[in-house]
Ligand binder design. Structure first.
Ligand code: FAD
Length: 366
């Protein structure tokens, strides 16, 4: 079946999560022809897979995409379901041309443009924006004997609710917001051991994702304007925001944590002092890597699993842009509030390069 049309679009955006939609928001004002292809059957991007109680660490007032404020009371922390509904309405409000489910298998450079092989046929375009996020590429670190362990192992990407672990002793690995939030709720129901490389970094109770974003923005501006003596901008997702369930867990002394174990056995783990714990399940809250498999034929993915970019534009493949993923594609590009700035810059660059593309294809035809 080939549901893809035969048109050569100016731009194909791969991924219809918050990053892809923000790109669409700016593209729709340009007159360029474009389509957003998304691998899932529904709107919502990665938020569709978050656990049931997942709460944003950024309050509603700091969780808006370009053009439309996040609805409801500004100061509260929206839930996962509210974000899904916001993204769905955002798509409808701006009539963004999202086609689903269309899974991109490979992007190939052909002539002056691209052929995009998908689950429904081949699309063609002059430029590509990759906005595929990282949820589909969960990361689990190597631990000795991991394959020997006979208990349950899941990544936070597949965690849904704590009742699944009733009666089990659970090891929760990872010191970020996912680890803290999952530890908070699992420890309410069963025995949970929290393993972190170092002592977790908590923000003060009155500092939320918004304050963190503002501070990091200041640092970023200082850094990019060449002001001296500024530290690197904080990783927005690397500090624990004290949302209510995490505060509650701290107040009942449930956030005790241990440094990593040496190795797995078939029924548990051995700690560095030689003692053993019997474990029934492990929840890996150890993060994600960019989902870039579809770009492998372009030869742009480096040994770190990223693409070398100038701003958000691939250096090796200048008609390819990347949005979302992390600070490396644009400051705070992985957050709802930050991705709009990256999207605007990308679309300005695409508009600026259209003349170049036209000239190149005319000279190729001559
Ligand atoms: P995604 O949302 O992953 O969307 C990518 C889309 O592309 C998906 O629909 C996917 O199916 C599709 N796709 C992937 N590969 C292909 C392919 N080959 N072909 C076609 N389609 C494809 N952010 C905030 O702003 N505020 C918060 O408070 C916040 N809290 C968080 C809390 C936790 C615990 C976590 C883990 C994350 C949090 N985030 C928060 C970050 C946020 O969830 C992600 O960074 C965000 O979803 C990334 O958006 P995206 O559009 O880049 O990618």
């Amino acid at each position: 079946m080939n549901e893809a049309d035969n048109k050569v679009h100016d731009v194909i955006v791969i991924g219809g999560g918050q990053a892809g939609l923000s790109i669409g928001y700016y593209l729709r004002r340009t007159g360029l022809s474009y389509v957003i292809v998304d691998g899932q059957s529904e709107s919502g991007g990665a938020w569709l897979h978050g656990w049931d109680s997942l709460q944003l660490f950024s309050p509603a007032q700091s969780s808006s995409l370009p053009g439309w404020l996040f609805p409801g009371q500004y100061a509260r922390y929206p839930t996962r379901d509210e974000v899904i509904s916001y993204l769905k309405q955002y798509e409808e409000r701006y009539q963004l041309p999202v086609v689903r489910p269309v899974k991109v298998e490979a992007v190939r450079h052909v002539g002056t443009g691209f052929e995009i092989e998908t689950s429904v046929g081949v699309f063609k375009s002059k430029a590509v924006v990759s906005a595929t996020g990282s949820w589909q590429n969960p990361f689990i670190p190597d631990y000795l004997g991991r394959e020997e362990f006979e208990g349950v192992q899941i990544h936070s990407a597949n965690y849904r609710y704590s009742a699944e672990f009733d009666g089990k002793t659970v090891l929760i690995v990872g010191a970020g917001n996912s680890g803290a939030q999952i530890m908070a709720e699992v420890s309410l129901r069963t025995e949970a051991i929290w393993v972190t490389l170092d002592e977790p970094q908590y923000l003060p109770d009155d500092v939320d994702g918004r304050v963190l974003f503002d501070r990091a923005s200041e640092q970023y501006k200082a850094l990019t304007s060449g002001r001296a003596n500024v530290s690197k901008p904080a990783d927005l997702l690397g500090h624990i925001v004290m949302v209510a369930p995490v505060r509650e867990a701290r107040d009942r002394n449930a956030l005790n944590n241990r440094r990593p174990f040496e190795r797995f056995t078939s029924t548990g783990v051995v700690w560095s002092d030689g003692s053993e714990s019997q474990i029934d399940a492990v929840i890996w809250c150890t993060g994600f890597r960019p989902a870039l498999k579809h770009l492998r034929h372009l030869g742009v993915v480096n040994e770190k699993g990223r693409v070398d970019v100038e701003g958000s534009r691939s250096i090796k493949e200048p008609r390819l842009w990347l949005a979302g993923y992390g600070n490396w594609t644009g400051f705070a590009s992985a957050t709802l509030i930050g991705v709009g700035r990256t999207a605007r810059r990308i679309v300005d660059e695409i508009v600026g390069s259209v003349g170049e593309i036209e000239k190149e294809s005319l000279s190729n035809r001559a």
